[in-house]
Design a protein around this ligand. Structure first.
Ligand SMILES: Cc1cc2nc3c(=O)[nH]c(=O)nc-3n(C[C@H](O)[C@H](O)[C@H](O)COP(=O)(O)OP(=O)(O)OC[C@H]3O[C@@H](n4cnc5c(N)ncnc54)[C@H](O)[C@@H]3O)c2cc1C
Length: 709
């Protein structure tokens, strides 16, 4: 029996010719082709609103264009009202994302464009009706340039409806609009459709949009696209975007599209790992999170995010880690400070460090430009750990993330968080993520920003305070053949002070062959030099005789990379339903290799604050602000220490080496900043350095005054 549906798509296939690629050859023609659509069968009853979703470039728009008669299928057919479609039909209107309004016509002329064959007395009431319907009354005489993008899109819809089409084809019509306008346009389209009951075929890559609008969602697979599934959306309109039914349909579509990367594993290993004093299982949320939502969403799978994931996993708290990259990914920051051991031990990661044979860092050696003395500050005597570590960040970060996964973290990688979403009360409710061509809004009770220097939430909320008078630029690469000096300190981090204001270089052994070498300095030195990065780097190596000697036989192994080192701190580390971790909260100058230790300590404090907040069922700003109180004083100590270093750089390490307080001062430099005695030690060090100024004849005083360029 013939179908009574308005639109019938039968056995439709489409190949595009691609002379550059080999592909299958249709009909034995020998011409290489790329298959786009395969065996599409679909029926759309009159008056139905159907959304077609699928990954970017899968062929959704091609399908719509074939149905509308703009493109011919390779085989198969499309029937509308039982008649085969062979070309576009005036009765059916196509609305594109690109604005199709005519700029030289007023709004009412645009809306009436399809009715020009009708006399004004017939045309005008129709135009007025649709202008009113799309909420543009009062703008009839305006030109498109005088109205917003959302209003232009409404003009286009009004023009399409005024022509009284029996089908509307809409291809990503709201894709170019901002978020709020898009939401408003969706609501308006639903209202218009409920009134007019046109048949609508709507292509989108936005899964949320499809569930909000459609009677049925057609989910396409990757190219060559087939129909993966068709999902009925039997929910009343307007739809409640928080309802479990809505979320479950949305998640079902994501799963069909293969976007659920969840890797939930048991937290059985939690017994091995001490967690802040909260029992596993205490935290049952009143609303069980959906699979694609979580109690806690962590943006960024660097050390801060991964370590938080480890803690949360051990406490049985459901969470997602979302990273825009796929690990392993390279990163600067290869020397761990001594204090990092404490956290790595707590999350049971030191055995991994040993197994993976990361280089044991036994201390830090300092050299200056004004003499050839090397000051060695060994870690022996600092505490329980004999050494810290030097790491290849790609490997280290990847292992930390895998460790989090083994403790129960769920992950999205290759997923960019575009923004953090808030409700009307100003509480963070989740994030909007872009994966491939698709956008998803994920919900959570707490959002944690660990996005590193991207600092996505701090910047969204404009919390950032820049700190002046620190160098802003680092230029670095990996080398072989770098002389590491005497064998007893070959595996130390070497800091070489340069004969330029606020300039120093690091030398960090990554493995037996490879050494990371980088320069940190004021941007203006680079700009004024007028040189390219190679020349500038070479020049800086000559600004310290020891370093110049060490680099004599060095061979560069990879491209130079430039990173910003500008110091900043966010006004607040915690708010209503959100927290900032690591570099997303503050950036400290890297001279003390402080970044990772500070980041993973912030993760520990965040975990404690999150546990307590969830147990108390209070995730308000007041509740989470204890995190800020725990973290900020220590960060400020480290910050003041860095300031002190730049003030006394030529003699800084030498004063410590000679001091009777050497151990506590070294501990401070290595990150014992949360210790109650930290501020006291800082004052002692400050006094010792200041004292040199009062003894003009002392050698250290002369060193302090050693000339720089
Ligand atoms: C020149 C230089 C030298 C340094 N040297 C040292 C050193 O020797 N020792 C040391 O301890 N520290 C050092 N640091 C600092 C150290 O690199 C950082 O402090 C550390 O990486 C911070 O970790 P994190 O997890 O906060 O951020 P990151 O390690 O930067 O991780 C952030 C993650 O978030 C992801 N992300 C970002 N935006 C988004 C988004 N919108 N959506 C999804 N994911 C996103 C990123 O892909 C990344 O994986 C140095 C820094 C610089 C600039």
């Amino acid at each position: 029996m013939p179908s009574t549906s308005k639109i019938v798509v039968q056995d439709l296939w489409k190949d595009f010719g691609d002379p550059r690629k080999s592909g299958r050859s249709v009909g034995g023609s020998g011409k290489a082709t790329v298959p786009v659509l395969e065996n599409i069968n679909l029926e759309v009853p009159e008056g139905e609103l159907v959304c077609i979703v699928g990954p970017s470039g899968c062929g959704k728009s091609t399908l719509l264009n074939i149905i509308a008669g703009f493109i011919k299928a390779t085989s198969g057919q499309v029937l509308i009202d039982g008649a085969q479609v062979t070309s576009p039909d005036m009765k059916r209107v196509f609305i594109f994302q690109e604005n199709g309004v005519f700029p030289w016509l007023t709004i009412e002329e645009n809306v009436g464009f399809g009715l020009l064959d009708k006399p004004p007395k017939v045309r005008q009431p129709v135009v007025t009706h649709y202008i009113e319907m799309v909420g543009l009354t009062g703008f009839e005489k305006a030109y498109p340039r005088e109205i917003s993008g959302g209003m232009k899109q409404r003009v286009e819809i009004a023009r399409a409806l005024a022509a009284n089409p029996d089908i509307l084809y809409m291809d990503e019509p709201f894709g170019a609009l901002d978020f709020l306008t898009r939401l408003r346009m969706r609501a308006e389209l639903v209202q218009i459709w409920q009134r007019e009951k046109k048949t609508i075929l709507f292509v989108t890559h936005d899964v949320e949009e499809s569930v909000q609008l459609a009677d049925r969602v057609v989910v396409m697979s990757q190219r060559p696209a087939t129909i993966a599934t068709v999902i009925d959306v039997n929910l009343p309109r307007p739809r409640d975007l928080d309802s479990p039914e809505y979320l479950s349909i949305r998640d079902e579509i994501f799963e069909v599209m293969g976007l659920d990367y969840s890797g939930q594993s048991s937290s059985s290993s939690s017994a091995k790992t001490p967690t802040p004093a909260v029992a596993v299982g205490l935290l049952s949320s009143p609303t069980q999170p959906k699979r694609l939502d979580a109690e806690v969403i962590i943006i960024g799978g660097g050390p801060a995010g991964a370590v938080l994931g480890n803690y949360l996993g051990c406490a049985g708290i459901d969470h997602f880690i979302i990273d825009k990259t796929h690990h392993p990914r390279s990163h600067v920051g290869e020397s761990l400070s001594y204090s990092a051991n404490r956290i790595l031990k707590e999350i049971d990661f030191l055995p991994v460090m040993e197994r993976e044979r990361f280089i044991a860092k036994g201390g830090v050696s300092w050299t200056s430009w004004y003499d050839e003395e090397q000051t060695d500050l060994e870690f022996r005597g600092l505490g329980d750990f004999g050494h810290a570590y030097q790491v290849d960040r790609a490997r280290f970060d990847d292992l930390l993330l895998k460790h989090a996964y083994e403790h129960g973290a769920r992950m999205f990688s290759g997923a960019l968080v575009e923004r953090i979403n808030f409700n009307r009360q100003g509480k963070a409710t989740g994030v909007t993520v872009k994966i491939g061509g698709a956008r998803i809004a994920l919900k959570s009770r707490i959002v944690v920003d660990a996005s590193g220097q991207d600092a996505i939430l701090g910047r969204q909320l404009k919390l950032e305070k820049r700190r002046a008078n620190f160098p802003e630029l680092a230029l670095h690469s990996w080398f072989s053949g770098v002389d590491r000096g005497k064998s007893s300190t070959a595996h130390f981090t070497h800091i070489h002070l340069l004969r330029i204001g606020r300039g120093w270089a690091w030398q960090i052994p990554i493995n037996d062959e490879v050494t990371s070498v980088g320069v940190v300095t004021d941007r203006e030195h680079f700009v004024k030099s007028g040189e390219n990065v190679n020349q500038f780097f070479k020049w800086t190596m000559e600004l310290n005789p020891t370093l110049a000697e060490r680099m004599k036989n060095a061979t560069q192994l990879r491209e130079f990379r430039m990173d910003g080192t500008s110091n900043y701190i966010m006004d607040s580390f915690a708010g209503n339903g959100w927290l900032l971790l690591g570099d997303a909260a503050f950036f400290l100058d890297p001279v003390f290799s402080s970044g990772i230790s500070a980041a993973i300590h912030s993760a520990k404090f965040a975990a404690e604050a999150i546990f307590q907040a969830l147990v108390a069922n209070d995730i308000s700003e007041q509740s989470l602000s204890r995190y800020d109180e725990m973290l900020r004083p220590g960060i400020m100590v480290w910050h003041d220490l860095v300031r002190l270093f730049y003030e006394f750089a030529p003699i800084f390490s030498r004063v410590i080496a000679d001091s009777e307080h050497r151990v506590s001062m070294q501990r401070l430099c290595e990150g014992d900043i949360f210790d109650p005695a930290a501020q006291h030690t800082l004052t002692i060090l400050q006094d010792a350095l200041q004292a040199i100024r009062t003894v003009p004849d002392s050698p250290l005083h002369k060193s302090l005054r050693a000339a720089v360029i």
